[in-house]
Design a protein around this ligand. Structure first.
Ligand code: HAM
Length: 418
């Protein structure tokens, strides 16, 4: 078969056992969220493009190079969501969710779109499990939020991940830090890429996460935000470390983490795994105390993270931690002759109404082929309804595993499988 249209680059079709694994991971996500009383939020898959320009930042790779934008027939410009924080903030404000008990805790499993170069663990459409806490400035909130990601990773039995934390300071320290950084970058300006030269004017910190190797080599010697913290920001970072220690969550301080989005203040963190290769971040997040206010809300402390679900699955596979998941079919009902096939379809329908998974033939197979099909489906039991069964009203229910047969009255079949 020669197909003429294939899926877009950087996207995936998920089906069969892979789809079951997604359900498994999503089930764990929902269980973990419930343990923290985090409520689900679902926001649109496209948003006004301005939402991301103003939140993620004009000088970021996401806004400058990676967003999928389109203009609709009404002339409005939208973007397919490249991340989930900005939409959650918008929804929080638009729906007056500040009336919820504080902190308001939200989680989402969302689709994100970024036009990035495809490689292992990097896709153009990917999914994130994200959590956002609104309404607390406390380092205890940062630590609890980090513990959500940590608990999920441990419940999935993932090993060898590292939590890296850093502080990039807040409004009070950013000016002094930017000055030190600009002084350093000025000395190397001619060797920076064009985009970074522009970034120096817009947000010099974005030069630190440029993917261009020449820029990377230069910034490896640049001043880091952690060395320019105000007393309050430094105290907050120390408190975070105490809170994590209290919870027994190991971490390393990594001064190089600045994250690639503009909204962060103070705490930033990543969980990384060597099993992911170059794209080593399983999860990234941090505090963003100015974002809600910058969109017209009250000053509100906020902290959150996003975890790449495709990356979780890659690690689970590399570490041999994927569970064997198969479909559960309780009973296959074979039918012989028109009357037998009809009765099989009706009984299957009634069994399903009672919550019992039941399959019957839909392609007019021979009874031998029907039994092969039952075998392929992994049905636990099978039975055949033909003329004689209809006459006697008795069905021979066979256990597919050991071949044992039990005689059951047709009108007692529901009770038999209940
Ligand atoms: P981010 O670091 O851009 O942060 O993405 C979070 C996670 O999404 C990454 O650590 C990675 O696991 C996954 N990810 C990112 N890009 C891709 C890609 N192209 N393909 C596959 N997986 C990817 C954010 O998006 C922030 N909104 C996180 C956040 C929430 N901060 C505060 N609240």
């Amino acid at each position: 078969m020669a197909i003429t249209i294939t899926k877009p680059k950087g996207t995936q079709d998920i089906f069969g056992p892979q789809a079951a694994l997604w359900q498994y991971v999503e089930g764990k996500i929902r269980n973990v969220a419930a343990l923290f009383a985090i409520e689900e939020i679902r926001t649109p898959i496209f948003e006004n493009v301005e939402l991301f320009v103003r939140s993620v930042g004009e000088a970021t790779d996401i806004v400058q190079k990676e967003m999928y934008t389109f203009t609709d027939a009404g002339g409005r410009t939208y973007a397919l969501t490249p991340e989930g924080t900005a939409p959650t903030v918008r929804a929080y404000l638009e729906n007056s969710l500040h009336n919820l008990p504080m902190p308001a805790k939200f989680y989402y499993v969302c689709h994100n779109f970024r036009a990035e170069r495809q490689q292992k663990g990097r896709y153009r459409q990917f999914r994130q499990f994200g959590v956002e806490y609104f309404g607390s400035y406390s380092a205890a909130a940062d630590a609890e939020l980090i513990s959500v990601a940590h608990l999920l990773l441990t419940q999935l039995d993932i090993e060898n991940f590292v939590l890296r934390i850093n502080s990039i300071g807040d409004k009070t320290c950013r000016e002094a830090y930017n000055e030190a950084l600009l002084t350093f970058l000025d000395g190397h300006k001619d060797n920076l890429c064009g985009l970074c030269q522009e970034r120096m004017g817009k947000n010099p910190m974005r030069v630190l996460d440029c993917k261009n190797p020449a820029c990377g080599a230069i910034v490896s010697g640049a001043p880091v935000p952690l060395d320019h913290l105000s007393a309050e920001a430094a105290a907050h970072f120390e408190e975070l470390q105490r809170c994590l220690t209290l919870l027994g969550i190991p971490f390393v301080v990594d001064k190089t983490i600045v994250r690639g989005l503009d909204y962060y203040t103070r705490t930033v963190f990543e969980f990384t795994s060597a099993d992911l290769g170059a794209q080593s971040a399983i999860c990234g997040g941090g505090r963003y105390d100015n974002l809600i206010e910058s969109h017209g809300g009250q000053p509100t402390g906020a902290v959150g993270f996003g975890m790449g679900i495709e990356r979780l699955l890659i690690i689970l596979e590399e570490q041999g931690k994927l569970p064997q998941i198969s479909q559960e079919v309780t009973v296959f009902l074979g039918g012989m002759g028109e009357a037998g096939a009809k009765k099989a379809r009706l009984l299957a329908h009634q069994l399903r109404q009672s919550g019992i998974s039941a399959i019957c033939d839909l392609t007019d197979r021979s009874i031998k082929a029907q039994m092969k099909y039952a075998d392929k489906l992994g049905a636990k039991y099978s039975l055949v309804i033909g003329e004689s069964e209809l006459e006697t009203g008795v069905l021979a229910v066979k256990c597919m595993e050991n071949g044992q047969v039990v005689q059951v009255q047709i009108d007692k079949i529901m009770e038999h499988f209940a």
